[in-house]
Design a protein around this ligand. Structure first.
Ligand code: FAD
Length: 510
């Protein structure tokens, strides 16, 4: 693996200049780039290809404000699912922005499923009381991302830099001037008038996740190092129905979309009992955290490490048409959805916390914006409503594009050589990423107790560190991971203290 010397300042390294630099080529990054005016010169940096993103994996669909039910009902479902902790203004901004931005996706060419009259087909998922979710088969993310990527490629003003790792923000006096990157063996600086972080969630901090490889909180760590604000860092979402392979557990686990339960799939424990009936009035379509907790409870009581998901009331042809990706994936493991139960268990899936932003995507650092899963608009509160994530990414991406436009002609910026990064004061971490993600899986899971979190903190405090003159991408990813985990622990402890009036022991306070 390549090793890099991280320079102290930008004085003697290669530099590029752009109007806007966007970090991340998921839905948030690509869509924001397309919504910015064509006269702006945009650089889009990402550590993988647009296919190596959570966006590409999205299955179920996008929640809309124009399906069944009223705006008020959509608002209420989002608030109830978020345990009343969602930010009211942000939720309304998302609902009011839905029509315009889904319309824009359609205009770009995204092929949403429609009936013979050309009307959207609306589906239902957990905690939605009506059918308001639109989709493109069971591969909504892929359909959207293929279109967005090709539209971006057509634009002369947007330049894509794939396989480029963003190390740190270039900031001075709480103003962002771009980003420091590693590219083809060199560290260089991209100076930009506006910087947008779209680096996604944190799934890979855990041993098992539905998330794409490499999605592990880098952007959030960059903001923490730049002394920017983050919010709700302990709010993680575990998806209840992730395929459980009894023979081989992989890090990247395959999601069985909530839309499958939306089509009537039921959950059974090893005794064949439909346990969700006694847990919540919405049964299998209860909010995700409730279904996940109920499954964990069953797993504690039973021998099998998974529960069964049953969609056998649908015919094979119906299943192949409605869930082509899931059907063929399971077929590859010898499971026929039309006749067999699907083994499922909860897995780390989504991050509600992140970089604190206002409803225009502005962070606490001047000229630095964030949207998508790395940002915390407050829309999702403590628990995200299904299919609100893609919607949030496009609505707030659009608001960022509009916001940048408003100050563009009024705020010139003079770029200068500045100190690069806070890395030199850090030490490389000797433990492997696997070890750290194992700790997260065990001590920061859905049912974590105060003792678990304290134990995790002890492990993190006791990490072996060593001074290295040169760092690899993996070294930086581990430093990022630890910084994010520390912020998650701190938030968890603060929330417990304020909620339960609890005081932590010496470990936690240190
Ligand atoms: C399996 C699965 C199914 C889902 N289904 C749905 C669904 O049906 N509906 C819904 O609303 N939501 C769904 N979600 C959630 C949703 O897909 C994500 O929240 C959303 O796509 C995140 O988009 P994003 O652009 O913020 O991040 P991502 O799409 O994850 O993209 C992050 C980008 O940041 C780049 N990056 C990260 N770190 C660096 C770095 N250091 N340097 C350079 N680049 C970096 C990555 O390379 C990548 O390009 C699903 C998620 C998963 C995992």
């Amino acid at each position: 693996m390549r090793e890099y010397v991280i320079p102290f300042d930008t004085a003697h390294i290669p530099k590029k200049y752009a109007d806007v630099v966007i970090i991340g080529s998921g839905i948030a990054g690509l869509y924001t780039a397309l919504r910015l005016p064509s006269h702006m010169d945009i650089l889009l940096v990402s550590k993988g290809s647009y296919k190596e993103t959570n966006s590409y994996l999205a299955q179920g669909g996008i929640a809309t404000s124009f399906g069944e039910g009223t705006h008020e009902q959509f608002y209420k479902d989002t608030m109830i699912c978020g345990k009343g902790e969602s930010d009211t203004r942000a939720v309304w901004a998302m609902i009011h922005g839905a029509s315009e931005n889904i319309g824009a996706l359609e205009a770009l060419g995204v092929p949403f499923d429609k009936d013979e009259k050309g009307q959207f087909l609306f589906g239902k998922e957990g905690a939605h009381r009506v059918s308001r979710i639109i989709r493109s088969g069971d591969h909504t993310g892929k359909s959207i991302m293929d279109v967005l990527y090709h539209r971006v490629k057509e634009k002369d003003n947007i330049h894509i830099l794939d396989n480029v790792f963003a190390i740190d923000l270039l900031t001075q006096n709480q103003q962002c001037m771009g980003v420091l990157i590693m590219n083809k063996g060199k560290v260089s600086a991209i100076y930009a008038r506006a910087t947008v972080l779209n680096t996604g969630g944190i799934g890979n901090l855990y041993a098992h996740t539905t998330n794409a490889k490499g999605i592990q909180g880098d952007g959030i760590a960059m903001v923490l190092r730049a002394k920017g604000q983050v919010k709700n860092m302990s709010y993680t979402q575990f998806h209840p129905t992730v395929y459980y392979n009894p023979h081989h557990r992989q890090k990247q686990s395959f999601l069985i979309s909530e839309a499958v339960r939306g089509e009537g799939a039921l959950l059974y424990n090893e005794k064949g009992e439909r346990f969700m009936e006694n847990v919540h009035p919405m049964k299998e379509l209860a909010p995700r955290d409730i279904v996940s907790k109920a499954i964990m409870e069953q797993l504690r009581k039973q021998k099998k490490p998974y529960v069964d998901l049953d969609i056998t009331h649908l015919q094979e042809e119906q299943l192949k048409e409605r869930f082509p990706t899931i059907f063929s994936f399971l077929k590859g493991y010898g499971i026929n959805m039309a006749t067999d139960y699907i083994p499922v268990a909860p897995n780390m899936h989504y991050f509600m916390g992140g970089i604190k932003v206002n409803i225009d995507g502005q962070t606490s650092i001047h000229h630095l914006y964030a949207c998508g899963e790395c940002a915390c608009t407050g829309v999702h509160g403590k628990n995200r409503l299904a299919s609100n994530s893609l919607l949030e990414a496009i609505v707030f991406g659009n608001r960022i594009a509009k916001g940048i436009h408003t100050w563009w002609d009024k705020e010139p910026i003079a770029f200068k050589d500045i100190r690069c990064t806070a890395f030199h004061s850090n030490h490389a971490i000797m433990e492997s990423q696997e070890t750290i993600s194992y700790w997260m899986e065990h001590y920061f899971s859905l049912n974590r107790s105060m003792e678990h979190v304290e134990h995790l903190q002890k492990q993190i405090n006791g990490l072996n560190r060593s001074n290295k003159n040169k760092l690899t991408v993996e070294d930086i990813e581990k430093m990022n991971a630890v910084l994010v985990i520390q912020a998650m622990i701190k938030d968890d402890m603060q929330k417990r203290e304020s909620l339960e009036g609890m005081t932590y022991g010496t470990t936690a306070k240190s």
